[in-house]
Structure formats: structure tokens, C-alpha cells
Design a protein around this ligand. Structure first.
Ligand code: AHG
Ligand code: MN
Ligand code: MN
Length: 336
């Protein structure tokens, strides 16, 4: 569906996609619309974060032990309130809340489940560095009524959609419903997300690697050998690679999706499961990378194959070009 990109709004694109896929109920489109509205409400605060006192930290720690920033809480509440009354969702779960979040009794419970990281990269807020929000959507497995923990703890391959918002030099909405990955850029003057990156495909191989090398001394031998390999000079394989890392997953993976290469948050001797959360960060990003012709891995297999045991569990995560993930896995398995 080639488009003159100007003025193909997210709204129209979702509706056209719905027509393309018989059986897609309008409910799903409405759910995506609600998420894009939540994105604009968060963007409005984020874009003036320097002006009002949403900067700085609260005295709260979240379940993962991270200091919670005021914008985290604002984003968390804004997304919940934007999504709780549309009638499309039966339960939510947020990185910022220990337990599942029920839909208020006065609203209808729908057939979808929403898990989200309301504000990703919050340690970067005060430095005005790119931050984001991440969304993962499943169909409920329980029959009706209030959603349950089981509705939330589904393996990533059962996702029906995933999306992220990147609040950068421009604000973008990137999503997939299983028919490719599409990017929309917010035109603040009209308050609409306009199609700017239709059918994003990640290159088969890149020349950028993205991880926090500060953890190098705690990595296993396979990971250390892989990083040393990337730094050796070899024109035939495009080495040495360049290192790019901003410490906001959404920013680092968006660049990897467009330019190719590899993003990683490996496990190490201090944190064998790494730092990133399976349900709120790794599953949605793995879905998007695989939809864009890339790969995800926990070091051995696709992230989407992991059967979750708890709401806030972490997993080592590798996302990127098919060839780069394959090479990395070989080093991790001691085959190179
Ligand atoms: P969040 O702000 O939602 O807690 O996420 C922060 C994550 C992720 O955005 C990023 O990739 C990672 O933390 C960076 O961690 P390090 O500072 O350890 O590299
Ligand atoms: Mn995050
Ligand atoms: Mn977060």
C-alpha cells in the first residue's frame, strides 16, 4: 500500500489495515487509537518537562528497585486513565505497579490485555535525552469478567500487537499488528501522527553495537570474546563496529531497527538475568524486531518463546539484524 506519506494519519492507516484483514474487529483499531491518544498526552508533559516540576525524583522505588521519577508516575497514570474506559481491555499491567491493574467496575471489560512501560529511560529525563513508552497487547485467555494474572503472563509469541513511542527530536509512534512494522511521526501543529516510515525492514547485517560496556568485566567469556571480535579490524566483515548507546532502550532499539546491528542487555555475574523486563520491554521489542525481518534472542532462543513465571521477571536480551544475532549466539554458545 504505497502512500504519499503526507497526511496519511495513524487513524486512517489503522482503519485501512483493518479493511485489509477480514475478521479484524474495530475493537482492535479503537484500542490502537486509544494508545496513540495516551501517547500525545504523555508527549505534552514530556515536551515541557524542563519547564514544570515533573523533573526530579519522587521518594518512591518501583518493584524493580528503580527510583521513580515524577514523569514516570504521570505517564503511568495518564496511560491507565486513557485506556481504562474504552471497553477493549479486561486487565492491564505496568512496569510501575507491582500487581495487575483491574478495569474500574463501572467500565466494560474487553477482550484485550495491555502491558506497558509508561516511561522508558527515566534516568535520562533530567538530561533531556530521548525517552519512550512501550506497549504489549495480548488477547485475554480467561472467558469473561475481570482479567486475571494468567491473562498477563502469556509468552511473547501470543502478542497480537506491540508499539513504542519515542520522545526524541521528533515524537514517533511505531507499531505492528502482525502485518509489518510502521512508523508515524507526530505533527504537533495538527496533533496527528503521520505515516513516515511504512513497512520498516531492518538490514540483514549492521555495523553498530549497542550495550553498556561498563558491565564488561562481569560478562561471561563468550560475551567478552564477541565484543573483542566486533572491535577487531576486518574490512570483509565491516569491523570494527561502532558503539552507540544512550541508555534508553526505546532510543537504542529504534536506531538498531532502522540502521541494523545489535542491541543487547546481557546477563552477567552480578545480574544473570540482566536488567530489562520480559513483559514490558523485551517481549514487545522482540515482536517488533521479528516483524521487521530481524531477530530476538535471550542468548539461545527467541525471546517470544519464553514462558513468563512472574509479572516483573527480567531476561537477557539481544535484538538486531539476523546475521548479527546469529554471530553473537555462536560466541555465547562457545561455538566461536
Ligand atoms: P526504565 O527507565 O523504564 O526503568 O528503563 C531503563 C532501562 C532501559 O531503558 C535502558 O536500556 C536501560 O535501563 C539502561 O540501563 P543501564 O543504565 O544499566 O545501561
Ligand atoms: Mn524501561
Ligand atoms: Mn519505565
Amino acid at each position: 500500500m504505497g502512500h504519499a506519506h503526507k497526511f496519511m494519519t495513524l487513524e486512517r492507516y489503522i482503519n485501512e489495515q483493518e479493511d485489509l484483514h477480514p475478521g479484524a474487529t474495530g475493537e482492535f483499531s479503537a484500542l490502537l487509537h486509544d494508545i496513540s491518544l495516551a501517547a500525545k498526552l504523555v508527549w505534552r508533559e514530556v515536551s515541557k518537562a524542563g519547564l514544570v516540576n515533573v523533573m526530579g525524583s519522587t521518594d518512591r522505588m518501583n518493584v524493580s528497585g528503580d527510583v521513580v521519577k515524577k514523569l514516570d508516575i504521570f505517564a503511568d497514570e495518564t496511560i491507565f486513565k486513557a485506556m481504562d474506559h474504552g471497553g477493549h481491555i479486561c486487565v492491564m499491567a505496568s512496569e510501575e505497579n507491582e500487581d495487575i491493574l483491574h478495569i474500574p467496575d463501572q467500565y466494560k471489560a474487553g477482550k484485550y490485555v495491555l502491558l506497558y512501560d509508561p516511561l522508558d529511560g527515566s534516568s535520562n529525563i533530567d538530561a533531556n535525552i530521548t525517552i519512550g513508552s512501550i506497549f504489549s497487547i495480548f488477547k485475554r485467555v480467561s472467558d469473561s469478567g475481570k482479567g486475571t494474572l494468567a491473562d498477563c503472563l502469556q509468552p511473547g509469541y501470543k502478542q497480537v500487537a506491540a508499539a513504542y513511542i519515542i520522545y526524541g527530536s521528533s515524537t514517533m509512534f511505531v507499531y505492528s499488528t502482525g502485518h509489518g512494522v510502521h512508523g508515524f511521526t507526530l505533527d504537533p501543529s495538527v496533533g496527528e501522527f503521520l505515516l513516515s516510515h511504512e513497512n520498516i525492514r531492518i538490514p540483514a547485517k549492521g555495523k553498530i553495537y549497542s550495550l553498556n560496556e561498563g558491565n564488561f568485566s562481569n560478562y561471561g567469556p563468550g560475551m567478552q570474546k564477541y565484543l573483542q571480535y566486533l572491535k577487531e579490524s576486518d574490512k570483509a566483515t565491516g569491523r570494527p563496529y561502532s558503539l552507540r548507546y544512550i541508555g534508553t532502550m526505546v532510543g537504542d532499539v529504534h536506531r538498531t531497527l532502522l540502521y541494523g546491528g545489535i542491541f543487547a542487555y546481557p546477563g552477567d555475574s552480578k545480574n544473570p538475568k540482566g536488567k530489562l523486563r520480559l513483559m514490558y520491554e523485551c517481549n514487545p521489542m522482540a515482536y517488533l524486531f521479528e516483524q521487521a525481518g530481524g531477530r530476538s534472542s535471550d542468548g539461545e532462543k527467541s525471546i517470544l518463546k519464553i514462558q513468563p513465571g512472574s509479572l516483573h521477571e527480567r531476561t537477557p536480551v539481544f535484538l538486531g539484524s539476523v546475521e548479527d544475532i546469529a554471530t553473537c549466539e555462536k560466541f555465547l554458545k562457545g561455538e566461536r
